[in-house]
Design a protein. Structure first.
Length: 411
């Protein structure tokens, strides 16, 4: 169930846990010293694969889309930022607004990994140039929280504030940690995320490259999307050659062929219910069309989930960083993200199958899984349960025991 966020390494004392790159391309935590019961309990309470919770105190609530203050269309006023971002530049423009108005001192988010082209890595941006350099989606493993305890400690000493941008799982992990440590809320002004369909597992990426005759070791950089909506996937080789592919070339036209880690397929919260603000794509049916690839200027849906998030969005709009468009409903969101609604409604059946097989499943709070399950027909529920059971029998929800090899540095 691990997503490789790195939180357990950061918050466990004395370097008892290290995130280690495995032969299958995933990063997994290794206990390199004996863990106490307190260590293990703390990891289980904070890990986003064992404990997930949602904000549930906003003014509006929806069975599928959860708690929110407002939902509306939005995009960056600056046409270059709008073009640069993954959809409409919403998170990039918000980052610039928060930095350039002095509301925060830095943004903690992700950029392309300096050593592994398909990975992302945690980075701190204190300038416009650094934010822009990190813009765009990362569809590979990213340990965004691997240094979070050290970052918070340094932030406290410097009397600074920051905003965190990560996947919904990363945000859940940081919310969990905030219940353990008040220093999180003392230093982190807000948490922002994207509505997330998952990332491409390393096996699927390797197969994609292999089909193109590309060796992974020859790849220097991968830009998954951006410079358009969604923009090309650009693979740059170490010899300078550049290969371009459309978003549909990379992901396909149907979510059934997405190469996702097993954890992403049973994710209780791909829609960012723990965040202050979540940014979404706005393609009808959940995917761009061939005709739209070169003509869509990019427009996000902003899911404003908290009063804090509302204040930030209102400020960015007033300051001229964001445009506010039409209001949206949860039904509009389900039209843009049908796979999210389907997963949310079917998730309890999938988790029930995992529990029946004796496998680890997350504990969820305020995510309405039982109520959503009640909307399914008996046939649909049985199909999801049996499909998950079949995948368990095929070892699709198992991994080799992590091995202590190729340790990464804490940088």
């Amino acid at each position: 169930m691990c997503i490789g966020c790195g939180l357990c390494q950061s918050i466990t004392p004395d370097n008892k846990i290290k995130l280690v790159l495995q032969p299958d391309g995933f990063e997994r935590p290794i206990a390199n010293q004996n863990l106490t019961d307190a260590d293990v309990d703390r990891v289980y309470r904070t890990c986003p694969s064992t404990t997930l919770r949602a904000n549930n105190n906003a003014s509006q609530n929806d069975l599928v889309w959860g708690s929110f203050e407002e939902i509306y269309l939005s995009f960056a006023v600056d046409p270059q930022i709008r073009h640069l971002g993954s959809t409409g530049g919403l998170l990039t423009a918000l980052s610039l607004y928060l930095l350039e108005t002095g509301l925060v001192d830095f943004i903690l988010h992700a950029r392309q990994h300096r050593l592994h082209a398909s990975f992302g890595e945690a980075t701190i941006s204190r300038s416009r140039e650094q934010v822009i350099d990190a813009a765009g989606s990362r569809y590979g493993p990213t340990a965004t929280l691997i240094n979070i305890d050290e970052t918070i400690e340094d932030t406290l000493k410097a009397n600074e504030r920051f905003v965190f941008i990560g996947t919904p799982c990363d945000v859940t992990a940081l919310r969990n940690y905030a219940l353990e440590s008040p220093t999180v809320d003392e230093t982190c002004l807000a948490m922002m995320t994207m509505v997330c369909g998952g990332f491409m597992d390393t096996v699927s990426l390797s197969a994609f490259l292999s089909d193109l005759g590309i060796k992974a070791t020859d790849v220097a950089t991968i830009r998954y999307r951006g410079l358009g909506c969604p923009g090309d996937t650009v693979i740059r080789m170490k010899d300078g050659e550049e290969r371009r592919f459309t978003y549909l070339d990379f992901w396909g036209e149907d979510d059934s062929v997405w190469g996702l880690p097993a954890r992403c397929k049973i994710c209780p919260d791909g829609i960012g219910e723990a965040a202050d603000i979540a940014a979404s794509d706005t393609w009808d049916g959940g995917s761009p069309t061939v005709a739209s690839l070169d003509s869509d200027p990019g427009t996000n849906a902003a899911l404003v989930r908290t009063e804090r998030g509302k204040a930030i969005m209102d400020g960015a709009i007033k300051a001229g960083y964001l445009t506010r468009g039409d209001n949206l409903t949860p039904q509009d969101m389900s039209r843009f993200q049908p796979h999210q609604e389907n997963k949310k409604r079917t998730l309890k059946a999938r988790l029930d199958a995992l529990r029946s097989a004796g496998q680890l499943t997350p504990e969820t709070h305020d995510l309405r899984l039982a109520a959503l399950d009640a909307t399914l027909s008996d046939a649909d529920r049985a199909r999801e349960y049996e499909g998950t059971t079949r995948r368990i029998e095929q070892n699709r929800f198992s991994e080799p025991t992590p091995q202590p090899c190729a340790k990464r540095s804490k940088t």
